[in-house]
Design a protein around this ligand. Structure first.
Ligand code: C5P
Length: 481
């Protein structure tokens, strides 16, 4: 049996690998025959191997991530374990990963920047106010360049600084100025680790999405024992590789997929001053647009008037009224996926005094009459119209905000609007609008999934996974057909 064949067997066999990678089993059989894994599937296989604790070095020629262009920034803080980060540098360098290293002042008391520079064959950064460094690679570039920032060893001090937004040296400033994924590998005296202050900072940072490689339990260099030991460099290395692979996998997940998303409220003018609208903040739709963009989709976000910052996505179109939202959404078709999160005003409101007496609503309406009446005109249903049209995207997703009979109403919308998936939530007692968290039900023609209450970002993340599953399964079916 050849190497690749052995590896596939260890990963559970042809069928299981094909299922996990969402590809045809015949493709995996081919790899076994040819003893070769195509470049574009290599990172998925590495990721699977890491999950199974399989050392791929035994099966694949070498860990060489040249073509994946991984960029890592290692921040070394001052601790007895600093010397272990030298082994980490060696492992990362061997895998051809682009590595930059920053050392704090106290790290330099344990190991020297010269040693790090020699190992990494690159300048080691130490000073926030270095004229020479800032002119070549300033601290903002150091913060923005990497896919991942690893702080190893991370001291109680750097955790406290990051948790409290202190930026008083190069390392802490970079951590605050970065969009990259951050992972901390804490190492400290067990009493320092269990100190309430450190534990509170740890929880705070976990809550903000900072990753941790938990410290080991055992004898410490300081003579005490407990939790606080720096994990073996190979353990840290495996973890960062697996995270890097996930980052790259995710970045390409929706490559070449066009997605149109409506979000926020719409406004129906009564006159130039007054309007009718609703409580939608746009937060959920924006989080979905941001997550799908991060995963490589070409997202067009069509947003009603909101008071939150726009996410990073390919195209943003701002609208006011439901009619405008309808026209702009249609103008963005064809697309692969449509997600209608917007709380669209169901009616236009045309003011009148009586059935016979109209009002001039071009100017501000005066309070001369006690009563003001409205004629209502139904707005077009963007979701239903597109779902039933020839321009229907492959996947159409709607939202359903209800105050009672949540699931029953959502199911009837799924059918009447002819959509593939409805995300339903309970908006009674202002539980959702403007909030940062959401509790949703996912309803399709066969199932109703209840998700626990979670942040809107987390709903977006899980929804992106779900969409990816539906989308890739549909594509496999297409190619098999
Ligand atoms: O019928 P209802 O407004 O409850 O349906 C909600 C779903 O329909 C949401 O996905 C919303 O974005 C969409 N919708 C729409 N155009 C409308 C009304 C609702 O796209 N005029």
């Amino acid at each position: 049996m050849n190497n690749i064949s052995q590896l596939i067997s260890l990963l559970g066999g042809t069928g299981l690998v094909a299922e996990k990678l969402k590809i045809k089993p015949s493709a995996v059989s081919n790899w076994r025959k040819l003893n070769r894994i195509p470049k574009n599937k290599l990172n998925a296989i590495l990721s699977l191997s890491l999950q199974h604790n399989i050392n791929t070095e035994d099966f694949l020629p070498s860990h060489n991530f040249d073509n994946l262009n991984f960029k890592v920034l290692l921040i070394i803080c001052g601790g007895i374990a600093s010397y272990k980060s030298l082994e980490l540098i060696r492992l990362v360098k061997k895998a051809n990963i682009d590595l930059d290293v920053v050392m704090t002042k106290s790290a330099q008391r344990f190991i020297t920047p010269l040693l790090v520079t020699s190992l990494n064959e690159k300048k080691c950064y130490t000073d926030l106010f270095s004229v020479e460094d800032e002119s070549k690679m300033n601290h903002i570039m150091l913060a923005r360049k990497p896919d991942l920032i690893l702080v190893a060893p991370a001291t109680a001090n750097i955790m406290a600084k990051l948790a409290n937004g202190i930026a008083d040296d190069l390392a802490s400033t970079i951590l605050l100025a970065s969009f990259s994924q951050i992972i901390l590998a804490p190492s400290m005296n067990p009493v320092m680790w269990s100190n309430l202050a450190t534990q509170e900072n740890y929880q705070k940072l976990l809550g903000r999405g900072i990753g941790f490689i938990a410290p080991d339990v055992g004898d410490m260099a300081c003579g005490e024992s407990g939790t606080g030991r720096f994990p073996e460099p190979k353990v840290i290395y495996d973890r960062i590789i697996s995270n890097l692979i996930n980052i790259k996998n995710i970045a390409d997940q929706f490559k070449n997929v066009s997605i149109v998303i409506t979000a926020g409220p719409t406004i129906e003018n009564i006159d130039p001053v007054r309007f009718v609208s609703n409580r939608s903040s746009g937060k959920q739709g924006f989080a979905i647009a941001s997550e799908l963009s991060r995963r490589g989709a070409k997202v067009t976000l069509i947003s009603g008037p909101v008071n939150i910052p726009f996410p990073k996505c390919a195209n943003i179109i701002q609208v006011i009224t439901a009619q405008e939202m309808f026209e702009k959404t249609i103008s963005q078709l064809p697309a692969d996926i449509l997600i209608c999160c917007a709380a669209v005003s169901d009616w236009k409101f045309i003011p009148k005094i009586s059935d016979n007496e109209k009002i001039d609503s071009k100017n501000k309406i005066k309070k001369t009459n006690d009563e003001l009446l409205f004629k209502t005109l139904k707005n077009p249903d963007i979701l239903a119209t597109i779902a039933k049209s020839k321009l229907r995207p492959n996947l159409v997703i709607g939202f359903s905000a209800e105050t009672n009979n949540i699931i029953k109403n959502a199911k009837s919308k799924l059918i009447s609007k002819e959509v593939d998936l409805i995300i339903a939530n309970d908006v009674s007692k202002n539980k959702v609008f403007g909030e940062d968290s959401n509790k949703v039900f996912l309803i399709d023609k066969n199932n109703c999934e209840e998700w626990c209450e979670q942040s809107k970002n987390s709903v977006a993340f899980n929804l992106a996974d779900k969409i990816n599953n539906i989308f890739t399964t549909a594509n496999i079916c297409d190619t098999n057909a």
